[in-house]
Design a protein around this ligand. Structure first.
Ligand SMILES: Cc1cc2nc3c(=O)[nH]c(=O)nc-3n(C[C@H](O)[C@H](O)[C@H](O)COP(=O)(O)OP(=O)(O)OC[C@H]3O[C@@H](n4cnc5c(N)ncnc54)[C@H](O)[C@@H]3O)c2cc1C
Length: 554
């Protein structure tokens, strides 16, 4: 495969990843300074890419005046994070969520209100009501329209593969067009990374590489781009697992349980009371009390219709066909849930780039938002608000910096790397190789964990990263970018195993359960584990950071 020539763009602010956080960051960078040049690298197509895909049914975190407060949100976060959370970023996020609702409303996003003007706010957290119902089947399309209308330059189908680094600061990125094989260089005064989490991590129970809960284009690229540029990652021992509709891995728990569905385990025990969390369902499944199923048949017809309306139009329209194909009518049949894939994620988990309340990473010129950043349980609201914060910080930073110099040497090095990958002549297809990598991740990286398993995970990731160039055959641009993705999946798994090995306790329920250290140990482990790159991707250097608490203004 020949390496295609590159072209270069210049920007004040480059956004890597055009999902929820990235699209919002791009819009907001133009909002704060319409004259600046904003470029977005998006691996898919901005119109439908990322976790939203198309529509969404709720902003999970909104402090609605008179209903819930930022203080309550912090208390809820302390509970869900088992104490390992910094207040600053979460507080900065939640205090701006009500303004976010006003902004989205102006853009035509629909938040239903009753005849007295009250919003529907549901409880999905252990404390406080924060989930604001949103009925918006075209959310991503509306966001994309804002990006284009404000004059951002969107470069679709480009996977950012390396960040440009000059004198210790990040000054843009090099990308690969996943269809044409062209390389694209963007030299930028400030860079925001919003490439989601690691959706393609463990294998889903269906065995399909792309049948995952989160957006399958997210392969931990954001983590790895920043890690290779020297940034600190945190929370990689929090390996999150979903409990989703069996075989199709689509969520619906919040939508149906908040509207009266009963949650029943395999032995017939109804444990609906007390708003069961996903972790409780996973625990029951692991104890042999699965599968969990959701019962709607007792609900009145108008409630069932309301649920169908949300599931089949706003959330994931494909559900309608799926249930029909299986002969499931909510009036008669229950919906079976199953633990599916394990993934890493900052926005609805804890694994991400360490950021402060200004969305600054630990490397100058580099900002992060959304699932790439660790802002615990911000969900979509967090992606949007931290995207805005990152845009404001990046804009201010860009104003005080000179334009980057030429990135010639780094671009040439990247060209040589691509040419090298193009020469892989092994007999194994990259998809088959990815299957094996992710099977090993499922075998060794996910709970229940113990030191032996995690050491095996590290050993296997080392072995697989050595084997990749020897056994994989590359037959075109698609295989090249898949190879880059698989390299990232391997490295992310190695980082996760290193952090998990280090945290010698159990925490976060089923997400970091160690059978050799079954107890939570606050005396030693109420702190963050940070991961930085040493001499190579799999040379993971660990350190600790204390948890930061703040006095919340009255
Ligand atoms: C099925 C599902 C349902 C959810 N429901 C809700 C809900 O109802 N309410 C709520 O508040 N939250 C919900 N969430 C969570 C919320 O949607 C996410 O936290 C949020 O959208 C994450 O935004 P993001 O921008 O970080 O990631 P994404 O929106 O996934 O965007 C990441 C983008 O980066 C791109 N990308 C990846 N790698 C690269 C690269 N190397 N170069 C260039 N581009 C790259 C991807 O193509 C993608 O477009 C849900 C999540 C899922 C998966």
């Amino acid at each position: 495969m020949s390496v295609k020539p590159s072209y270069t763009l210049a920007a004040d602010v480059l956004v890597v990843g055009g999902g929820s956080a990235g699209a919002m960051a791009a819009v907001w960078a133009k909002e704060v300074d319409p004259s600046q040049k904003v470029v977005v690298f998006e691996k898919g197509d901005l119109k439908y890419s990322g976790s939203i895909a198309r529509g969404m049914d709720a902003l999970n975190i909104v402090a609605v005046p008179g209903v819930s407060t930022p203080q309550e949100y912090l208390e809820a976060c302390h509970l869900t994070a088992d104490g390992v959370v910094d207040d600053g970023p979460s507080y900065a996020m939640v205090t701006r969520t009500w303004d976010l609702v006003q902004t989205l409303t102006k853009w035509g996003v629909y938040f239903p209100q009753d005849k007295d003007g009250n919003y529907e706010v549901l409880q999905v957290h252990p404390k406080g009501r924060f989930a604001l119902t949103m009925l918006e089947p075209d959310l991503k399309v509306k966001l994309a329209q804002q990006v284009y209308a404000r004059g951002c330059t969107v470069v679709n189908r480009v996977m950012a593969a390396e960040l440009l680094v000059e004198d210790g600061r990040v000054v843009g990125a090099i990308g690969l067009n996943v269809r044409t094989g062209e390389t694209v260089v963007c030299r930028a005064k400030a860079t925001i990374v919003t490439a989601g989490g690691s959706a393609r991590f463990g294998l889903p129970s269906s065995g399909y590489l792309y049948g995952v809960f989160d957006y399958p284009g997210n392969t931990g690229d954001g983590y790895m781009l920043a890690y290779r540029a020297g940034a600190a990652l945190t929370g990689f021992e929090h390996t999150q697992r979903a409990c989703l509709i069996k075989d199709v891995s689509i969520p619906l728990i919040y939508i149906v349980t908040t509207r009266g569905a009963e949650v029943i385990d395999g032995l017939g025990d109804d444990f609906s009371t007390g708003k069961p969390q996903v972790s409780t369902m996973l625990n029951r499944h692991e104890e042999g009390r699965g599968p969990i199923h959701l019962k709607l048949s007792h609900l009145p017809e108008d409630r069932i219709r309301e649920i169908e309306e949300i599931l089949f139009s706003v959330e994931r329209p494909v559900q309608e066909r799926f249930h029909k194909g299986r002969g499931v009518d909510f009036r008669r049949e229950d919906i079976e849930l199953w633990p599916t894939d394990t993934y890493l994620c900052g926005g609805h988990g804890m694994a991400g780039l360490l950021v402060n309340e200004k969305a600054e990473t630990t490397v100058p010129g580099l900002y992060a938002a959304g699932d790439t950043a660790c802002v615990h349980r911000g969900h979509l609201s967090g992606a949007f608000v931290v995207g805005q914060i990152a845009a404001e910080s990046a804009t201010a930073y860009a104003k005080s910096r000179p334009a980057p110099r030429s990135a010639g040497a780094q671009v040439e090095g990247f060209g040589r790397k691509l040419a090298g990958i193009g020469q892989y002549r092994g007999r194994v297809g990259i998809d088959e190789f990815e299957y094996k990598v992710r099977r090993m991740i499922t075998d060794y990286c996910i709970p229940p964990k113990n030191d032996y398993k995690l050491a095996q995970a590290q050993l296997w990731m080392e072995r697989l990263s050595r084997q990749l160039p020897e056994v994989v055959g590359v037959r075109g641009t698609r295989d090249v970018f898949k190879t880059l993705e698989v390299e990232n999946i391997i490295a992310v798994a190695a980082i996760s195993a290193a952090a998990s090995r280090e945290r010698k306790e159990s925490r976060w329920g089923p997400y970091h359960r160690r059978t050799d250290y079954p107890e939570r140990d606050d005396a030693n482990w109420l702190k963050h584990i940070l991961c930085r790159r040493g001499e190579a991707d799999l040379d993971v250097r660990l350190s600790y950071k204390p948890v930061e608490r703040m006095e919340v203004p009255a």
